[in-house]
Design a protein around this ligand. Structure first.
Ligand code: FES
Length: 218
């Protein structure tokens, strides 16, 4: 995707942090040693995005650069490097679909196919209704529950075509499914159940369970 595709053509002329965010900015900058305030660039980009309907206008890039005494291009470099920063408007539901190898091996193609079948959009585009934006991203750091779809701040895991469809239904109804694994596994435990020594001892591990299932068919 070119830089022109990442940045909105229509830009507001000005941007100003709210009084509440100004207080938060002071708190964030105070965490870093004097003269190292540039380290606050990512939290400030995040604040700007949350304040401005989930995207960061160029006026905010300029405001952050001034605030942190950085060159504007340095702030823009950070904002364009990380896919979680949007530089153009996105829908109410921003879908970041991981298609890196572990998610791909576990079926991210089916997850993507479901989204594309429903909204007829490719990565970087927004649905005709304006409510859903899709972005194909690299590893989201949750490979153990692959494939992963991040919806705004939340992770949905273990998705396939059908469960992605159910998730999209819930978003369309503005009644999102509970976050986490759609198969109901707790955290990142093995899909067959717990495998800790404590679980093995109590006979509740996935291994013991599958052994029991196996012996039932023997
Ligand atoms: S590869 Fe998808 S979360 Fe790591």
């Amino acid at each position: 995707m070119s830089i022109d595709d990442r940045i909105a053509a229509d830009q507001p002329k000005t941007f100003q942090f709210t009084a509440e965010n100004e207080k938060e900015i002071k708190r964030i900058i105070a965490k870093y040693p004097k003269g190292r305030q540039a380290s606050a660039v990512m939290p400030l980009l995040d604040l700007a995005q949350r304040q401005h309907d989930n995207w960061i206008p160029m006026a905010a890039i300029e405001a952050i650069a001034n605030r942190l005494e950085m060159a504007e291009i340095r702030v823009l470099e950070v904002a364009t490097f990380y896919t979680m920063f949007n530089l153009k408007p996105v829908g109410k539901y921003f879908l970041q679909a991981c298609t890196t190898t572990p998610c791909w091996l576990r079926g991210s193609d089916e997850m993507m196919r479901c989204i594309k079948d429903r909204y007829h959009i490719a990565s970087g585009q927004t649905s005709a209704c304006g409510r859903f934006s899709l972005l194909e991203v690299e590893c989201l750091g949750a490979c153990v529950n692959a494939p992963i779809l991040q919806v705004n701040d939340d992770f949905y895991e273990d998705l396939d075509y059908e469960t992605t469809g159910a998730l999209l239904d819930s978003l369309e109804a503005d009644d999102p499914l509970p976050v986490g694994s759609v198969t109901g596994r707790s955290g990142s435990e093995a899909s067959g159940g717990g495998t800790t020594l404590a679980a093995v001892k109590s006979g509740k591990s996935g291994k013991s369970a599958s052994k029991k299932r196996g012996s039932a068919h023997a």
